[in-house]
Design a protein around this ligand. Structure first.
Ligand SMILES: NC(=O)c1ccc[n+]([C@@H]2O[C@H](COP(=O)([O-])OP(=O)(O)OC[C@H]3O[C@@H](n4cnc5c(N)ncnc54)[C@H](O)[C@@H]3O)[C@@H](O)[C@H]2O)c1
Length: 437
């Protein structure tokens, strides 16, 4: 079985590598020559636990290869996955030109039955447009070759991507024909032979909608809980216990209700904007999602505001340490991370900033060349008037409080993920602020 994956980012690289691990021949194609060259020499462009070893193993075994020449990406393929990132147009809607161009190339090159699989998150109706473009190209060539399309949205979580692929809660497959359904079943049988029912087959429009609805639901839970946390602070309730009380209700469940300093990443923010736009272009107003977005934007400022209020609004020349830059642990992805908003606000306020993150400091250096990146988490707190915790990396969970107390100028901890125990932190002589308690 031969698969081509167009777009070798998070989704493409993980999907391609995992299929190779399952014995499929995979060709990963990307327009980014530099990325492809680095991959050919074994350099993995993203941090994802377990991925590097898996890539190396499958490249060495000859099942995984990386190319920037599109011709090699379409010849003799049983499936072509489109896993590229999409951009927004000036009017805020998704620019489908690159996706349709890939579909065009597919139509120009396929020489036998093949399935074009949309893995990128794309507006409802895109699979239909892709189908028309491919059919048009094949008709122009005048060749007798058949194809199918499938919508197979991705639900990986960065930091847990391999497990999400190998043991998914479910796989969503949108198809329009029985042959497409059979082809997709053949492909996913490799991972789903124990939980075969967990492929949910539907039409392509519904599959595209499921992706947006799932992401939006998760983001809604997070923003809702952040509002509850902010109200808890005002009325004197403890959001941790509120969360526990709410999350143990079996109708609600415990996931995605942790309050904090806001969500980031490429997924939640963009999917929500996309869905609002899709609704608007159909004269429908997504009121809840607009509120989710605006609550999140406000929440990203909360650590700065807590710090500013502690110092009476005057932060000039204060030294502030930040632990965690990535939008969540186990990834180096800083897209739309709360750390970006926080650092920009601290810079505007005239602070000296010292940061530490286990893997995201290179990304931070690209954004702020002069940013001081600590040698380790303790170096970052030297001389600081406050330590802000933004990402709950495991190594931050049980720090040497006495050592930190000695290193800081002012013993103030602002915990943006509620990972510390107030009594313990205060017993080491710190002032402790967190979210919703
Ligand atoms: N990252 C996630 O957690 C996640 C989860 C689920 C779904 N998605 C969706 O999957 C898609 C891909 O996301 P990602 O995070 O992997 O993006 P990414 O930015 O990490 O990678 C995209 C890759 O596609 C390449 N590319 C762009 N245009 C191309 C083209 N025309 N031809 C070939 N390659 C091209 C880029 O060079 C890049 O390497 C997006 O639609 C995203 O919304 C992402």
């Amino acid at each position: 079985m031969n698969i081509s994956i167009v777009g070798t980012g998070y989704v493409g690289l993980v999907t391609g590598t995992c299929f190779a691990e399952l014995g499929v021949n995979v060709t990963c194609v990307d327009t980014d020559n530099q990325k492809i060259n680095r991959l050919i020499y074994g350099a993995i462009p993203i941090y994802e636990p377990g991925l590097e070893n898996m890539v190396t193993r499958n490249v060495n075994d000859g099942r995984l290869r990386f190319v920037s020449d599109f011709n090699k990406g379409f010849d003799n393929m049983d499936y072509v996955f489109c896993a590229i990132d999409t951009m927004l147009d000036a009017d805020g809607s998704t620019d489908l030109t690159p996706v349709l161009n890939i579909a065009r190339l597919f139509g120009q090159r396929i020489d036998r039955y093949s399935v074009f699989v949309l893995k990128s998150t794309v507006p409802v109706g895109t699979a239909q447009k892709v189908k028309e473009v491919i059919a048009c190209e094949i008709a122009e060539r005048g060749v007798d070759v058949t194809f199918d399309i499938a919508s197979n949205p991705d639900f990986l979580t960065e930091g847990n991507a391999i497990k999400d692929f190998m043991k998914p809660d479910r796989v969503i497959v949108g198809v329009e024909t029985e042959s497409a359904r059979e082809a997709m079943a053949r492909l996913y049988r490799t991972i789903l032979h124990h939980i075969y029912n967990h492929v949910i087959y539907t039409d392509t429009r519904t599959a595209e909608m499921i992706k947006y609805a799932a992401t939006s639901m998760l983001a809604t839970r997070v923003s809702f809980m952040n509002e509850i946390a902010n109200l808890c602070e005002i009325v004197g309730a403890d959001v941790n216990t509120v969360r526990h009380g709410v999350g143990t209700d079996s109708r609600i469940g415990p996931k995605y209700i942790f309050p904090g300093c806001g969500y980031g990443g490429t997924l939640f923010p963009q999917d929500i904007k996309d869905l609002i736009k899709i609704a608007e272009s159909n004269n429908f107003n997504m009121e809840v999602l607009k509120a989710v977005d605006s609550v999140n934007n406000r929440q990203k400022r909360i650590l700065f505001e807590k710090l500013s209020s502690h110092y009476g609004g005057d932060l000039k020349d204060k030294t502030v340490a930040l632990w965690g830059l990535s939008f969540k642990p186990e990834t180096d992805d800083m897209s739309e991370a709360p750390s970006i908003v926080t650092i920009d606000l601290l810079m505007e306020a005239g602070c000296q900033i010292r940061v530490y993150d286990p893997v995201a400091m290179n990304a931070a250096k690209q954004r702020w060349a002069d940013l001081y990146c600590g040698i380790d988490m303790y170096d970052a707190v030297k001389g600081a008037d406050a330590l802000l915790l933004l990402t709950e990396w495991r190594q931050f969970r049980i720090p040497a409080w006495d050592r930190i107390h000695q290193l800081m100028r002012t013993p103030l901890i602002i915990d943006g993920r509620n990972i510390y125990d107030r009594t313990e932190v205060e017993s080491h002589g710190f002032e402790y602020r967190c979210i919703g308690r």
